[in-house]
Design a protein around this ligand. Structure first.
Ligand SMILES: [Zn+2]
Length: 127
């Protein structure tokens, strides 16, 4: 089951279905993977972020990025603060192996763990 940290994320998730099929596929795969192998649910903590919210995060020092893929509906964050080290290593390597970000830029990854305001898995796509 996919859980949402805030109620507004539920509507954003429905909106995301129209904007990025690939993110929905990755999230569905992640949900199944964690349920099957770790008996855990996933909690989405961020989908859309406005430019002013991004500016705010930058001003507070949570990020150095002026522009966020969340503002373009190309990224989703999943809570990972309670994941074990094994889960973190496993999910990172498996999901980056299955889903490439851009075959022309193999140095770019589909997902990575990030401290931000709370430790999470950041998942991003080209479109
Ligand atoms: Zn993110």
């Amino acid at each position: 089951m996919i859980r949402f940290k805030k109620e507004e994320l539920r509507q954003q998730f429905d909106e995301l279905k129209k904007k990025s099929k690939k993110l929905i596929v990755i999230l569905s795969a992640l949900e199944g993977y964690l349920r099957y192998y770790y008996k855990q649910e996933i909690t989405i903590t961020c989908i859309y972020r406005s430019q002013s919210e991004q500016d705010n995060l930058k001003n507070k020092g949570f990020t150095n990025d002026k522009i966020s893929l969340h503002t373009l509906w190309r990224a989703v964050d999943v809570q990972a603060s309670k994941w074990s080290k094994e889960m973190i290593d496993d999910v990172g390597s498996v999901f980056n192996r299955i889903f490439d970000y851009d075959e022309k830029r193999p140095e770019k990854v589909t997902c990575y763990f990030h401290k931000g305001t709370n430790f999470h898995l950041h998942i991003q796509v080209m479109k």
